[in-house]
Write a protein that binds this ligand. Structure first.
Ligand SMILES: [Zn+2]
Length: 243
């Protein structure tokens, strides 16, 4: 393959640009802000779901408290009615009086036990209310933290995007100055050799694989015409000689 020394130098510039683009893509893929956002989003979702659950629990308890209150009121009203009847002196039969007093006593017991249940439910509701408040705080705190992290993520991403755009434009310009067959070979090598398809020959070393070339290889490289495209015998990358 043939390419002028200038074209070969441009290929080296292209390699620099491609390496930088690879580094930027790697940086985006491993951006801590992105991982942190995902983590915070997951946590937020958990808090929100717990919060919905606690609110449902609280509203259920509220309904139960209201129901218990109604029951207490019903029992109290019945006891008052019985008491009024008793106080009115309208009942003269000893058996009826005894029954009425018995009922008043058992209604009082029933009222006490219903009130105990109501109190118990109210205490439970208080506990759940604390949890609802805590979760609501956690949701707000996590949302705020997420907004902060998203903001710094966006700032970093925009910085990286600018650099990617600059390098992509440079890449397009550079491609105009390298023969197509050389670019094709370079791309193939780049794909197979960890992103590096062309490397400079520095002294006796190929900077692609960092190996020292054998004297016979160095001799044949030295004998090659300047527009010959030479390759590293160790790693097969395109070797760019100093022009
Ligand atoms: Zn090499």
């Amino acid at each position: 393959m043939k390419a002028s020394p200038q074209e070969q130098q441009v290929l080296l510039d292209l390699q620099h640009v491609d390496t930088r683009l690879d580094q930027l893509a790697h940086r985006v893929a491993n951006l801590p802000e992105i991982a942190r956002c995902a983590e915070l989003n997951a946590r937020l979702e958990e808090f929100q779901s717990d919060s919905v659950q606690a609110q449902t629990e609280l509203s259920d308890l509220g309904e139960q408290v209201a129901k218990a209150e109604l029951e207490v009121a019903g029992v109290r009203a019945r006891a008052q009615k019985d008491q009024s009847l008793l106080d009115s002196g309208a009942i003269s039969s000893g058996k009826q009086l005894e029954d009425l007093q018995h009922e008043i006593t058992s209604l009082a017991k029933r009222q006490t036990s219903l009130e105990d249940v109501e109190l118990e439910l109210m205490e439970q509701a208080e506990g759940v209310q604390v949890r609802v408040d805590d979760l609501s705080d956690s949701v707000a705190r996590t949302r705020a933290e997420l907004a902060d992290v998203e903001q710094s993520r966006d700032a970093v991403m925009s910085e990286i995007s600018d650099e990617v755009r600059t390098n992509e434009l440079r890449r397009i310009k550079l491609l105009e100055d390298v023969p197509e067959d050389l670019v094709t070979l370079y791309q193939r090598l780049r794909n197979n050799l960890g992103g590096v398809g062309a490397a400079p020959l520095v002294g006796k070393h190929c900077e692609g694989c960092n190996m020292e070339l054998a004297p016979t290889d160095l001799t044949s490289i030295a004998a090659a015409a300047p527009d010959d495209v030479v390759r590293c015998e160790e790693c097969s990358r395109i070797l760019i000689r100093r022009s």
